[in-house]
Write a protein that binds this ligand. Structure first.
Ligand code: EPU
Length: 418
């Protein structure tokens, strides 16, 4: 077990470059199972979830190398359709193996996937899409199991909700059939778009990319491709908030501004001083923040993954702010940790809270509740005067590449203690 020891109260200053997106990298890696040819994926962040996904691929028959953020991977033959249970249990995103395995070998089996404890996270949308594509659901209480005896069948259907990974699974599952599949009510988060771009390079025809309706015409044998993963807009948001919380002046590079419209709108509302360049974001020292209301939503709405970091920022806005987390019922627990730092808030229910900002956080020992909440606690500790400890940082390692190194590069006093 490791923890961060952080001495807060210091303004961050300098330039930070964000890494490739974790949530784009995981489906990209899974989708390489669709082809027997070699794939090269650049800008892959070196984070625990990526390492886990690579280990899973190896067990399924892939050969790979991972150096300097470049993955070279080839799966000439799928060795087994069963995903290692021990590995699958560690990461919710292991569910992304189902789509490509079903497409390539007509069957797939994984233990119920684990991951961050942020809510119920039903697999209904995934199972629904697979059934619409000709698969039989043979799952038991502990194992997800699907079979497509007659092969995957193209179809037109609505997904039951705008689920990110279910859209990605449906896309991958439909990628080797020659007929047209139409997925309506699909999610179009930047990582879904990135997967579409990669599948197109492999030889899949996809139209409607960046909308809720995708038309896919697959191909039995896909080719090889080289692709550079989209940058991590959630990391951009995290560093922007870190800068604002420390009255800092920070330039963030590798930014794709159109991925962050709802975030920028909230920054404006709260009175943050910032400038959006073509591919960068500059944050300027801001002393006073206005209270506001945030309501998470699917893209292009305010991202649930930035709710906790923004919640910390709201403690600095004098007055009453509101948070409405519409997606996950377990993503407000960090507020209890924030209370230990002197944050004043009232939980109305598992989806809604009021924050009474007074700009005064004090150092304390707190825990990471999940990946994003863990990052939020680090941000709170950077703001609070004195020395704080943030435990359970294994969560943070799952998705932020070299988090403490990048913060130290901006002048933060943060140490990892084992
Ligand atoms: N939901 C709704 N309404 C919708 C869509 C979803 O209420 O229209 C609810 C669902 O019921 C579900 C939850 O929101 O319980 C999650 O939705 P989704 O299925 O889209 O989540 P996911 O595909 O399991 C991905 C990311 C998460 C991110 C969510 C939401 C990956 C590997 N994971 O999960 O990322 O929070 O989408 O954007 O892409 C993280 O990086 O820390 C993380 C948890």
């Amino acid at each position: 077990m490791s923890k961060f020891v952080i001495k807060g109260g210091k303004s961050l200053e300098g330039t930070v470059k964000v890494s490739g997106s974790k949530n784009a990298s995981l489906p990209l890696l899974a989708s390489t199972l669709l082809t027997s040819q070699k794939c090269v994926l650049r800008n892959i962040p070196d984070v625990e979830d990526v390492r886990l996904m690579l280990q899973i691929l190896k067990g399924l028959g892939s050969e790979y190398s991972f150096e300097k953020n470049v993955v070279k991977v080839q799966t000439k033959k799928i060795k087994t359709h069963k995903v290692d249970a021990h590995l699958a249990e560690k990461m919710r995103a292991s569910i992304l193996l189902l789509g490509p395995l079903l497409a390539r070998v007509g069957k797939a089996e994984i233990a119920f996937p684990g991951g961050c404890v942020i809510g119920k996270r039903s697999i209904h949308a995934h199972a629904y899409a697979f059934e619409k594509l000709g698969c039989k659901d043979k799952s038991t209480a502990s194992v997800l199991k699907f079979e497509a005896r007659g092969g995957i069948r193209a179809n037109a259907f609505n997904l039951p909700e705008l689920s990110v990974t279910a859209t990605e699974n449906a896309l991958m599952c439909a990628s080797l059939t020659g007929e047209e599949t139409k997925i309506r009510m699909g999610a179009y988060e930047p990582h879904v778009v990135d997967l579409c771009e990669f599948l197109k390079k492999l030889g899949v025809k996809i139209s409607g990319v960046g909308s809720h309706t995708l038309k896919i015409i697959g191909k039995k044998n896909l080719g090889s491709a080289v692709h550079s993963t989209t940058s991590d807009y959630l990391e951009v948001g995290t560093f922007a908030i870190a800068a604002l919380l420390t009255n800092g002046k920070v330039k963030i590079e590798n930014v794709i501004p159109k991925q962050l419209d709802s975030f920028f709108q909230k920054l404006e509302e709260i009175g943050a001083k910032f400038f959006v360049g073509e591919n960068y974001l500059e944050i300027f020292p801001t002393k006073k923040f206005n209270p506001c209301e945030i309501k998470t939503a699917v893209f292009p709405g305010f991202p649930t993954d930035l709710q906790a970091p923004f919640g910390v920022l709201l403690t600095q806005a004098k007055g009453k702010s509101r948070i409405f987390e519409t997606l996950f019922e377990g993503r407000m627990n960090y507020l209890f940790e924030l209370e230990k730092m002197g944050g004043r808030m009232e939980m109305l229910n598992s989806h809604q809270a009021v924050v009474f900002g007074d700009g005064k956080l004090k150092a304390a020992n707190v825990a990471s509740c999940d990946l994003r909440a863990g990052a939020a606690m680090v941000l709170a500790a950077l703001n609070a005067r004195g020395v704080s400890e943030v435990s359970n940082i294994e969560y943070i390692d799952r998705g932020y590449e070299n988090f403490e190194g990048k913060l130290r590069g901006l002048g933060a006093e943060i140490e990892r203690v084992r």
